[in-house]
Design a binder for this molecule. Structure first.
Ligand code: ATP
Length: 514
């Protein structure tokens, strides 16, 4: 299957196997851009969090964790700039009455041009006999009509965004003849700014009620606790505070599945440093974070850095780690050099000091901050896209069949091992259950006795289970089982007493994170 066309397959696969369901789907198709994680999704998500926490907190003696509340004092969001500036440019289509983010409409148009450019290049390469990656291939890839046009539109978009030029954004949409994906019409409204924070109220009575916001990022919970953590942990600079938690944004969205949600989870770390050292730490965290994605099996050629065209009001440097999703190359994680903006703002708005006393210099100052901020749900989606394959393999009948397989890194797979008795009788289920009781203390494992073994393999391929163990009649005599590896489909016979070690070795965090 062509990777660029994979997106709808991923969405239906995720639902069919219990990874992700649309929220409250029983009511009129549910709530747009809100999703529930099913029985397998919750496991994959938890494994991603563990991988992040281990790499960020456990492996850095100068990083500690935090779990701040979602609800915060409303002045936090004034200080952070979210009340005034957390806006997206939106545009309405007059025929479909659908609302879009103007910059996203343009980005999608650029993605389409780039997809066309890749397709044209592949066609031409076939005709001319060019190798992928050769000089001629790359020359054509970057200089064909669609690639040049994509580059031009990208530059216009960057200029309009950095000048906050709403009319400029609309002009690009009109000039590029971008149509509404629903109605196909080019009847567009003006572009307007739209604040993304969800409002709610604290308190029971109308006069005492206080307007609150659901946090649009987890970072501010870290900033306002900076001194609490620094003093109680007795950390010296440089040190970091890491947090995993929900964030809420009233996104203007269109069919992007869990790429852009209204309720999502972030894994953020704020690293507090001495002013002047920001470049060094920015580079350190950029490299560290891209290695983390690679260590978990994301293909190198699907990850790139992207420098921000327009820096946020708080940043002196910002780059994204982008992933090549089937619907385009898009942001997965942001690495931001936030200067002392946030702490200074909170100092000003709260009237409380947020300085650090440096025992070496005997001076007090407001630290600078490097932030790494990655979306948990986006990482989840990147892994689904990265891992999903359809392969032609020989079936039990000797013919060829297609197997759907999720080649997730074993540490991320929802189930690590599935144990099958060959048949549901003659003591084989009992042996399988014994193997399970030994493995389940350390790993998430599954017992499966339904259907022929070949079908059970397919089922577990589709959910990414890296190892299947089959108990057969010979097991009773030789105390051995067949262990089958998901990606190679290789089968090996090993003693039952070795199964636990075999699996432990493949799932060792040491091999991955060291
Ligand atoms: P985008 O430009 O895609 O809206 P952003 O630059 O606003 O993203 P940040 O504020 O830097 O995103 O948030 C950090 C990370 O949180 C992003 O890299 C992304 O992985 C994740 N994220 C942000 N918004 C969403 C969302 N609506 N749904 C899912 N994940 C999100």
């Amino acid at each position: 299957m062509n990777y660029d066309e994979l997106f709808p397959t991923i969405v239906s696969h995720a639902k069919e196997y219990g990874f992700i369901f649309p929220s409250s789907e029983v009511y009129e198709n549910g709530l747009q851009a809100v999703y529930d994680y099913g029985q397998l999704g919750v496991e994959l998500k938890r494994n991603i969090k563990t991988a992040w926490w281990k790499a960020m907190v456990q492996m850095h003696e100068n990083i500690v964790g935090l779990d701040a509340a979602i609800l915060m004092h409303p002045t936090v969001w004034k200080a952070s700039g979210h009340v005034d500036a957390f806006n997206d440019p939106m545009i309405d289509n007059k025929d479909s009455k659908k609302r879009y983010r103007a910059d996203n409409l343009i980005e999608e148009h650029i993605d389409k041009l780039l997809a066309k450019s890749r397709k044209d290049t592949a066609k031409r390469a076939k005709k001319e006999g060019w190798e992928e990656g050769s000089e001629e291939y790359n020359g054509f890839l970057h200089k064909n009509r669609n690639a040049v046009k994509a580059q031009e539109v990208q530059e216009q978009l960057a200029t309009a965004l950095s000048n906050d030029d709403l009319e400029g954004l609309r002009n690009i949409i009109i000039e590029q003849k971008i149509v509404c994906p629903v109605s196909g019409s080019k009847e567009w409204s003006e572009v307007r700014q739209f604040n993304l924070m969800f409002k709610t109220q604290l308190g029971a009575t109308a006069d005492s009620a206080m307007d609150l916001y659901l946090r649009p990022e987890t970072a501010q919970g870290i900033f306002v606790n900076f001194l609490n953590v620094q003093k109680t942990s007795r950390m010296k600079l440089p040190f970091g505070i890491a947090q995993i938690g929900k964030a809420f944004r009233n996104e203007i969205v269109a069919r992007q599945f869990i790429f852009r949600m209204r309720e999502f989870e972030q894994m953020e770390m704020q690293f507090f440093i001495k002013p002047g050292t920001q470049e060094e730490w920015f580079n350190y965290w950029k490299e560290y974070r891209i290695k983390w994605h690679q260590a978990l099996g994301i293909q190198d050629d699907r990850l790139t850095f992207h420098e921000h065209e327009k820096l946020a009001h708080y940043a002196d440097a910002a780059e994204d780690i982008q992933f090549h999703f089937p619907m385009g190359i898009k942001e997965l994680e942001g690495i931001h050099s936030r200067t002392d903006f946030d702490l200074k703002q909170h100092m000003e708005f709260s009237g409380k000091k947020m300085q650090y006393f440096d025992p070496e210099d005997q001076t007090s100052y407001v630290p600078y901050v490097i932030e790494t901020s990655v979306g948990l749900d986006r990482t989840f989606l990147a892994h689904l896209c990265n891992a999903y394959e359809e392969e032609e393999v020989p079936s039990a009948k000797g013919t060829m069949e297609v197997r759907k397989v999720l080649k997730l890194h074993p540490v991320l797979a929802p189930y690590k091992v599935a144990v099958f008795p060959l048949v549901r009788k003659d003591g084989l289920p009992e042996i399988a259950r014994e193997i399970i009781s030994d493995l389940k203390i350390e790993h998430n494992v599954m017992y499966d006795e339904k259907d022929a073994v070949g079908r059970r393999y397919r089922r577990h391929d589709a959910i990414g289970t890296p190892f299947c163990v089959t108990v057969d009649y010979e097991t009773k005599d030789d105390q051995c089982v067949t262990i089958r590896e998901r990606d190679t489909m290789k089968q090996e016979r090993i003693p039952i007493s070795e199964v636990s070690n075999y699996v432990r070795e493949k799932l060792s965090w040491k091999n991955i994170l060291a």
